[in-house]
Design a protein around this ligand. Structure first.
Ligand SMILES: *Cc1c(COP(=O)(O)O)cnc(C)c1O
Length: 402
């Protein structure tokens, strides 16, 4: 089959999730050809705009401080439960919405380290996302621990040893989109007596994750990417209930205390996942998380995953016929099973090309050193949109040899 616009239109016609595009705020800028960066900032839902109106006018504006008792206080765990149920395979009481991914990761790694006293090594990989590596380095520095940075996740079995306290990795690589084998790596880590902290930023909301079934210890993830919760919306933290009696996180604030309004002399942690909280939750920012996860519940993660695979195949097919002759290389796994929700193209001039594409309405992102990341958000991205984007790349670089 040819790489035609008609074919893209047919793929959209056959797409069960195409109806969900209308649930998002329309892009009012006619200069935007394609938005292929939803894995950095997902588009807003119309329902979020309404929810925010209601929140400001009614809950905050009229119910005022009474709203804390009328639902705000329990939002972090209620939305956490929904994320657990809909997106990450966790039964209730193990996921909480709070802070940023960075802060959640810090808490999770510190909590995991405290559960493995005497062990002094943290393992991560060199291609992990910067904030993850920086948090690991910072903790190691503060507590005199060593960091073992492996070059490839495949080296994990040789790397984990008797002195390893924590293994922390991203489930989906933010550059290549390669999916790590969560089941195998978690098992290997546990076999050596260490604990695992998974970062789900590029998995949550685009592919089904099975935290309980894989017996994961801790996980963190982002809500403003595939969950469309909005810029800086709070992250989520999963702690396996197996650890609930023992885990302690380092930022012991009043929201994580046993009785918040006791104004007690000393900190006594709440039972269960609430002890992972620190300060007052960001209620306005959680509106987007609530609406994003509700939409995903409706669309269903299995269908979202299938469309992400379809869109990925479409990008790869167009790249093979149109862009390979122009020096672009597909740098993501070609196998649907091993590729997450985006496709990385490499080109020696990727930085310049990325800038030009954005100027021409094709919104992608550049990833150091030579990557153009094509983010595919199954609830908002259409096959026609991808076709137009790839066509812009093709026409632009057939004309201007680099
Ligand atoms: C996006 C992303 C983050 C973001 O962390 P913030 O604290 O929200 O800035 C962290 N880790 C990974 C792997 C990411 O992709």
């Amino acid at each position: 089959m040819a790489a035609t616009l008609e074919r893209a239109e047919q793929l959209d016609t056959d797409d069960e999730l195409a109806v969900y595009r209308d649930r998002f705020v329309p892009i009012m800028d006619p200069g935007v050809v394609a938005y292929l960066d939803g894995n950095s900032l997902g588009r807003p839902l119309l329902a979020t705009a309404e929810r925010l109106q209601h929140l400001v006018r009614h809950e905050w504006g009229t119910r005022l401080i009474r709203s804390w008792e009328e639902g705000w206080l329990t939002l972090p765990e209620r939305i956490g439960d929904e994320i657990g149920r809909v997106a990450v395979g966790a039964t209730p009481g193990q996921v909480i919405v709070a802070d940023s991914t960075t802060v959640c990761l810090y808490k999770a790694i510190r909590a995991a380290l405290a559960l493995r006293p005497g062990r002094t090594e943290i393992i991560t990989d060199t291609s992990n996302f910067p904030t993850d590596r920086f948090i690991v380095d910072g903790i190691a520095d503060q507590f005199g621990l060593t960091v073992n940075r492996i070059d490839s996740i495949d080296e994990i079995a040789e790397a984990v040893g008797d002195n390893t306290a924590v293994v922390t990795l991203s489930h989906v690589d933010y550059r290549s989109a390669a999916i790590a084998d969560m089941a195998a790596i978690t098992r290997i880590t546990h076999d050596r007596g260490a604990l695992v902290v998974w970062d789900l930023c590029h998995s949550a909301g685009v592919l089904p994750v099975q935290l309980d079934a894989n017996d994961v210890d801790f996980a963190v993830g982002c809500t403003y990417k595939f969950l469309n919760a909005g810029p800086g919306a709070p992250a989520f933290l999963y702690v396996n209930s197996r650890h609930h009696n023992d885990f302690r996180q380092p930022i012991t604030g009043w929201m994580g205390a046993d009785d918040i309004f006791a104004m007690a002399d000393e900190f006594k942690p709440a039972l269960g996942i609430r002890r992972a909280l620190s300060g007052t939750p960001s209620i306005a920012a959680m509106a987007g998380v609530e609406m994003g996860i509700a939409l995903l519940a409706e669309a269903r993660i299995g269908r979202v995953r299938a469309k992400a695979q379809g869109l990925g195949r479409w990008v790869i097919e167009l790249a093979d016929v149109w862009l390979a002759p122009l020096g672009f290389v597909v740098a993501s796994p070609r196998s649907d099973e091993q590729r997450g929700g985006h496709v990385l193209l490499r080109h020696p001039d990727a930085e310049r090309i990325s800038r030009e594409l954005i100027d021409n309405g094709v919104i992608i992102d550049f990833r150091n050193p030579d990557g153009i990341r094509i983010g595919l958000s199954p609830l908002t991205t259409s096959y026609v949109e991808v076709w137009h984007a790839m066509n812009v790349v093709k026409s632009q670089y057939s004309r201007t040899p680099s």
